[in-house]
Design a protein around this ligand. Structure first.
Ligand SMILES: *[C@@H]1O[C@H](CO)[C@@H](O)[C@H](O)[C@H]1NC(C)=O
Ligand SMILES: *[C@@H]1O[C@H](CO)[C@@H](O)[C@H](O)[C@H]1NC(C)=O
Ligand SMILES: *[C@@H]1O[C@H](CO)[C@@H](O)[C@H](O)[C@H]1NC(C)=O
Ligand SMILES: *[C@@H]1O[C@H](CO)[C@@H](O)[C@H](O)[C@H]1NC(C)=O
Ligand SMILES: *[C@@H]1O[C@H](CO)[C@@H](O)[C@H](O)[C@H]1NC(C)=O
Ligand SMILES: *[C@@H]1O[C@H](CO)[C@@H](O)[C@H](O)[C@H]1NC(C)=O
Ligand SMILES: *[C@@H]1O[C@H](CO)[C@@H](O)[C@H](O)[C@H]1NC(C)=O
Length: 671
C-alpha cells in the first residue's frame, strides 16, 4: 500500500500531462473504458475491435478466448502486507447468442497463476480447466462465472447464473442472474445472453474475508445488495503472483462474448465504469440479424409480389371492365352504365343469368347492386365505330320514350365490339313462350285481347304520339314481353336498324323477321309505319290463332297463316282459325274483330292497311271495320304485289296514315 501511495502524485501528474486516461501505469489499478490502449494479453479467439470493444469469442463452435492484464498482480504476499488479498473490480460485458436464452457457454472473470492455459477444455470448462485437473487445489484458481449453460456435471442451478468457482468448475456459490432493485425493493431477473450490456462488480475484503458479486444492467448504478456474498479465505487459494483477466468459451452452443470496459483496483474500491464512454457491442444478435435480413428480404419479396399481383389484377380488371367512351358520349352521362356495374349485376354475364338469345345477341338478367333494381342487359355485337354516334343518339332518344306498353330502355354501355343495352326486367318473359311453350299455362282470351290492345297502343305511341316517328321494324310475339301483371310491352324497338348498320344506306338490308315482312320491303327495302302495321297484323293473327305466321313444318306445304285465315273467312267460318287451345272460350265478336283486323293489316298494298290509330279505334270498337277485299292476292306476302307497285305514293286511302317515307333512321323528325 505504501508503494502505491508514494507514486500516486507522480502518476496523477503523468495522467494530466500525457492524457492517458484509460490506463494508470501502476500495477494494481487500472480502468479501461474500451480497450484501445489496454495492456492486455490476448489469446485464442480474443481480439479488440477498432472501436475498443474486446471480443473474447465469436459464435463459432468450441472457441476459446482469453484476455488478461499483461502484468502479474501481488496477492497473498510473503511480505505480509495487509489487504494484499483485497481487490475490487467491475466490468461491463455483453453476450450475444444465436437464439435468445440459448447462449453458450459463458465468461469467467479469472484470477489465475498464469495467462497460459494448455490442455484445457472449452464449453463447460470455460477454457480454464480439464476433467483431470478440475477441483485440484493446485489450480490456485478463482473464477466468477457468467454461465449461460446448465452443466449437469457441475450441478449448475440453471442456464443463466452467476457463480463463484474456486479451483473447480463446480461453483461454491451461485445465483440466477438477478439484481436487487433498490427502488422496487425486489429482485429483477436479467438474461445474461440477451445481448444487452451488463455490469458486474466483484469486491473482496481481506479483513472480512468476504467476496461480494453484484450484477446490474448498465442503466442503473451499483445496487446496494450484492447478488452473491460469500465468506472465503483467499489466502488459502491465491498465490503471491497472480494474473487477472477473462476467459470465455463456446461449445456446440455458441455466443459472441464481449467485454466493453474494465476497472480494477487493489488499492481500494474500483471506480465504476462510465457506461457512456464504453464502446457498443453489435446492436442486434447475429441471429436476429440473419433472421431480420431474411424477414426483411421476405417482406420485400412479398411486397414486390403483392405490388405486381395487384398491378396485374388492376390491369386485368381494367381490361376486363374496359369500355369505350368517347367525348361525344359525355352528354349521355346519366344513360351511360359502367361495364363494371353491368358485369357485377349479371354475375359476370354468367350463363345462369341468360334470359334468351335473340337476333341481336344474348339477353341477361341482372340486379344493379346500388339500387337493387332488376334489369335485363342485351349484349349486341357491333364492329364498326362508324355511325355509332348517331345510333347511340337514337338509343338515348328512345330512352326518353315512356309508355306502359313499351319496355323501358334505361341506358347503354359501349365496349370494343359490343353494345350493351339496359332495359327494365320483365318477369314473365316473352309472349311467344306462352303461345307455343307447352309448360306455360295458356293465356285466356281476355289476357290475349288485353295484350293485343296494349301492344297496339305502344306501337301507336311510337308511330304518332311521340315527338318523332319511331319505327319498330320487328313487331312479333317474341318481341312482346310480359310484365308482372301480364301487360304486353313492346321491346327491342329500333334495334332492327343494327342490321342496316354499316351497309350502304341507299340499299339497306331488309330487317325484320320472315312472316312479318311487308311485301313492299322486298322492293324498296324501306321500313315505314305501314310495314310495322303489316307486322302487327301478322302478330294479331298469331295471337288469335296460336300459330306462327309461317309454319314450315306443316305438311304438305308450308302453312301461311294469312292465307289460312283468309280461306276461313272466305268460307264464312273465320272463327275456325281461332286457337284450338282456347277451346272456344272467347268473345266471338272480339275474336272475329281481331282475325279480320289481322287480315286487314296484312294487305299487300301498304296504303290499304290501316294506321295504328285506326287499329286502336277498331280494337276499342270506336269504329267499324270496313269490308275486306275478296281477292286473296290482296293479302300477305303475295308475289302478285307488282300490281300495286305503282302505288308507292298513294293518296292515303286510310286517311291519317303517316308518311311512308322513311329515312335510314329509326326516328324521323319533322312530324
Ligand atoms: C471465429 O473466429 C475464428 C478464429 O478467428 C475463425 O476461424 C472463424 O471463422 C470465426 N467465426 C465466425 C463465425 O466469425
Ligand atoms: C499464500 O497462500 C498459501 C496457501 O495456498 C500459503 O501456503 C502461503 O504461505 C501464502 N503466502 C504466499 C506468499 O504464498
Ligand atoms: C489437464 O491439464 C493438465 C495441466 O495442464 C494436464 O497435465 C493434463 O494432461 C490435462 N488432462 C487432460 C485429460 O487433458
Ligand atoms: C434476491 O436474490 C438474493 C440472491 O439470490 C436472495 O438471497 C434474496 O432472498 C432475494 N430477495 C428477494 C426479495 O427475492
Ligand atoms: C474491509 O472491511 C473492513 C471492516 O468492515 C473495513 O474497515 C475496510 O475498509 C474494508 N476494506 C476495503 C478495501 O473495503
Ligand atoms: C486463512 O488461511 C490462512 C492460511 O491458511 C490461515 O492462516 C488463516 O487463519 C485463515 N483465516 C481464517 C479467518 O480462516
Ligand atoms: C483505487 O482506489 C483508490 C483508493 O480508493 C482510488 O484513489 C483510486 O482512484 C482507485 N483507482 C481505480 C482505478 O479505481
Amino acid at each position: 500500500m505504501a508503494t502505491g501511495l508514494t507514486s500516486l502524485p507522480f502518476l496523477v501528474t503523468l495522467y494530466f500531462i500525457h492524457k492517458i486516461p484509460l490506463m494508470l501505469a501502476q500495477n494494481d489499478q487500472f480502468i479501461y473504458n474500451g480497450f484501445h490502449q489496454a495492456n492486455l494479453h490476448l489469446d485464442g479467439t480474443a481480439r479488440i475491435h477498432p472501436n475498443g470493444l474486446l471480443q473474447l469469442t465469436n459464435n463459432s463452435e468450441k472457441q476459446l478466448g482469453y484476455a488478461f492484464y499483461e502484468l502479474p498482480l501481488k496477492f497473498n504476499t510473503s511480505s505480509g502486507l495487509t489487504q494484499s488479498l483485497s481487490f475490487s473490480t467491475n466490468f461491463v460485458f455483453a453476450i450475444l447468442s444465436e437464439t435468445p436464452s440459448k447462449g453458450g457457454h459463458g465468461i469467467a472473470f479469472t484470477i489465475s497463476p498464469s495467462w497460459k492455459f494448455t490442455n484445457v477444455v472449452a464449453s463447460n470448462y470455460l477454457g480454464l480447466l480439464n476433467a483431470s485437473n478440475n477441483g485440484l487445489s493446485t489450480n490456485h484458481l478463482l473464477a466468477i462465472e457468467l454461465d449461460t449453460i446448465e452443466g449437469q456435471e457441475f450441478q449448475d442451478i440453471d442456464n443463466n447464473h452467476v457463480g463463484i468457482n474456486v479451483n473447480s468448475m463446480k461453483s461454491i456459490e451461485s445465483a440466477p442472474a438477478t439484481y436487487f432493485s433498490d427502488q422496487e425493493r425486489k429482485n429483477i431477473s436479467l438474461e445474461l445472453a440477451s445481448g444487452n450490456p451488463m455490469h458486474l462488480w466483484i469486491d473482496y475484503n481481506e479483513t472480512e474475508k468476504l467476496l461480494k458479486v453484484t450484477l446490474a444492467p448498465t442503466s442503473i448504478p451499483k445496487p446496494n445488495r450484492p447478488l452473491l456474498s460469500t465468506h472465503i479465505n483467499l489466502s488459502q487459494i491465491l498465490l503471491e503472483s497472480m494474473f487477472v483477466g477473462f476467459s470465455a468459451a463456446t461449445g456446440t452452443v455458441t455466443s459472441d462474448h464481449y467485454i466493453l470496459g474494465w476497472s480494477f483496483n487493489k488499492s481500494g474500491e474500483a471506480q465504476s465504469l462510465d457506461v457512456s464512454k464504453l464502446p457498443q457491442p453489435p446492436q442486434q444478435r447475429k441471429s436476429k440479424d440473419k433472421r431480420g435480413q431474411i424477414i426483411m428480404i421476405l417482406i420485400i419479396v412479398v411486397v414486390v409480389v403483392l405490388i405486381l399481383v395487384t398491378g396485374a389484377i388492376f390491369i386485368l380488371r381494367r381490361k376486363k371492365y374496359a369500355e369505350m367512351l368517347e367525348d361525344w358520349e359525355n352528354e349521355y352521362g346519366p344513360h351511360r352504365f359502367s361495364y363494371k356495374n353491368l358485369y357485377k349485376a349479371t354475375k359476370g354475364f354468367s350463363n345462369k343469368e341468360l334470359l334468351g338469345e335473340g337476333g341481336f345477341g344474348k339477353v341477361y338478367k341482372g340486379t344493379l347492386r346500388s339500387s337493387n333494381i332488376q334489369i335485363a342487359v342485351k349484349k349486341v355485337s357491333h364492329d364498326s365505330k362508324q355511325g355509332m354516334k348517331e345510333f347511340v343518339a337514337e338509343i338515348i332518344s328512345m330512352g326518353r320514350l315512356r309508355h306502359r306498353n313499351l319496355v323501358q330502355l334505361l341506358g347503354y354501355c359501349r365496349r370494343n365490339g359490343e353494345l350493351l343495352l339496359v332495359y327494365d326486367y320483365m318477369p314473365n318473359r316473352s309472349l311467344d313462350k306462352f303461345l307455343y311453350g307447352n309448360e306455360k299455362p295458356n293465356l285466356n282470351w281476355l289476357q290475349r285481347f288485353q295484350i293485343l290492345k296494349g301492344v297496339a297502343s305502344g306501337l301507336l305511341y311510337l308511330h304518332e304520339e311521340w315527338e318523332q316517328v319511331v319505327l319498330h321494324r320487328d313487331v312479333k310475339a317474341s318481341n312482346v314481353l310480359l310484365d308482372a301483371e301480364l301487360n304486353g310491352r313492346l321491346g327491342d324497338f329500333g334495334l332492327a336498324r343494327l342490321c342496316d348498320h354499316g351497309a350502304n344506306p341507299q340499299t339497306t338490308n331488309v330487317a325484320g323477321t320472315v312472316g312479318y315482312l311487308a311485301p313492299e320491303l322486298n322492293r324498296t327495302g324501306r321500313a315505314t309505319t305501314c310495314t310495322d302495321v303489316f307486322a302487327f297484323g301478322a302478330f294479331m293473327l298469331e295471337v288469335a290463332c296460336g300459330r306462327r305466321p309461317i309454319e314450315i313444318q306443316c305438311l304438305p306445304a308450308e302453312m301461311i297463316l294469312v292465307d289460312y285465315v283468309f280461306q276461313c273467312w272466305r268460307k264464312g267460318a273465320i272463327l275456325d282459325a281461332s286457337d284450338p287451345r282456347l277451346e272456344g272460350s272467347y268473345v266471338k265478336e272480339e275474336m272475329e274483330l281481331v282475325l279480320k283486323l289481322g287480315l286487314f293489316c296484312s294487305q299487300s298494298m301498304p296504303a290499304a292497311r290501316p294506321s295504328m290509330r285506326q287499329v286502336m279505334q277498331f280494337l276499342d270498337a270506336d269504329a267499324d271495320l270496313p269490308e275486306l277485299p275478296h281477292d286473296d292476292a290482296c293479302f300477305g306476302t303475295s308475289t302478285n304485289s307488282e300490281a300495286y307497285g305503282l302505288s308507292l305514293f298513294p293518296s292515303s286511302s286510310m286517311g291519317s296514315a303517316p308518311s311512308m317515307f322513311s329515312t335510314d333512321s329509326i326516328l324521323r323528325s319533322g312530324r
